[in-house]
Write a protein that binds this ligand. Sequence first.
Ligand code: NAD
Length: 462
Amino acid sequence: MKAHDGMYIGGAWRPAAGPDVIEVVNPADEQVIATVPAGTAEDVDTAVRAARAAFPAWAAIPPAERAARLAALRDVLVARKEEIAETVTVELGSPLAFSQTVHAGVPIAVAGSYADLAATYAFEERVGNSTVLHEPVGVVGAITPWNYPLHQIVAKVAPALAAGCTVVLKPAEDTPLTAQLFAEAVHEAGIPDGVFNLVTGLGPVAGQALAEHPDVDLVSFTGSTAVGKRIGAVAGAAVKRVALELGGKSANVILPSADLAKAVNVGVANVMSNSGQTCSAWTRMLVHRDQYDEAVQLAAAAAAKYGERIGPVVNARQRARVCGYIEKGVAEGARLVAGGPGSPREQGYFVSPTVLADVTPDMTVAQEEIFGPVLCVLPYEDEEDALRIANGTVYGLAGAVWAGDEAEAVAFARRMDTGQVDINGGRFNPLAPFGGYKQSGVGRELGTHGLTEYLQTKSLQF
Ligand code: NAD
């Protein structure tokens, strides 16, 4: 796999300040496929200076020109779609078809949506005797996770660039090759030097240096709640803007009037896709006690069907963590009805699609994010009980409701403490705001709401 041995800063690949490297491992066969430089605070500082230098000109060009550059970026991503999919597959492990449709396909749609929004958004509005200017915030420090490597990058960089901000990206250690490919695409799209910069490196070194850098105006972070809390504290102390997209423990609530088989099958597919490494996955399935046994059987059968089709999880540590949760669930009284903690293959960080039944709301597996192909099935007594369980975690990122009639599902969804709810299997919408209630985060990504995160207002009175 081709990898750059430098950082993309100021429009060129430059040698890293230090000698350290990060090994990139294919989680399907545990082989090292490449190395990338492990950036230091010095690299971050060089990148932030480049972003600062590029900011005034990029902020000042007409939005229509920024839109044209974003459209060019979208076109490069389209032209290199196959390469993107292959890169995600070798460093994340997801099956190639999923990499093509989701890991490559969704960022293309999102980049396109920001090309459109940059061209059409009202960056000036009239309010009574005032003109309100929506101006870019400045230099953005973007820190992204590995689970949807390109999507997480594009969901930050595209709106930031559309707004007129410049960016320094620190991608996840496990998936830096996709980030390097994105930097190449930015270059090919003719985005001016310094508008986008890439520093690969370790979270506690390069990530922390970026979050703490005094000349970064906004930190946009997606990752674990533990790291998000630290970044929020650092940003708060510096009175710096911060957007946090954190963990989740979403509930899939199946009301008695729903099509049970459909709700269970779609629910299982939702949890198993991307090997369970989706922050908004519906990892808790809530079923009325009268339908519970049937739902458990259906879920176990659906999970068993995934068997060979599922990819590995991202690394050995993640595998150990996920299997530890399965063991803990069983130790706390859950019933294993599919999968389990054993290794299904000799090589690779694979975890069997797993279903835990008889889970109670207070169990660790019902409260903490597992981030692997593990579904918990919980019975509920009545609607109030279902709502209590659904809302009974520190998280509030996503969820689903199934009912015989849409209005019934919507009435329940309105009472859920969560940032997005899919009604009877509603499709992902790349223009709808995405983000969390409670400890799932602060701020929203995607669509117009994602754009406004990168803007600040100035009011002129006449
Ligand atoms: P993580 O928090 O360990 O890492 C995320 C990013 O932060 C990486 O780039 C990492 O290098 C960096 N980082 C780590 N320590 C840092 C520090 N001290 N200072 C600055 N940066 C640091 O999370 P992960 O294991 O990569 O990702 C999994 C988590 O991300 C899960 O909890 C998942 O739910 C969450 N996630 C949330 C969303 C969302 O939109 N809400 C999306 C995807 C993933």
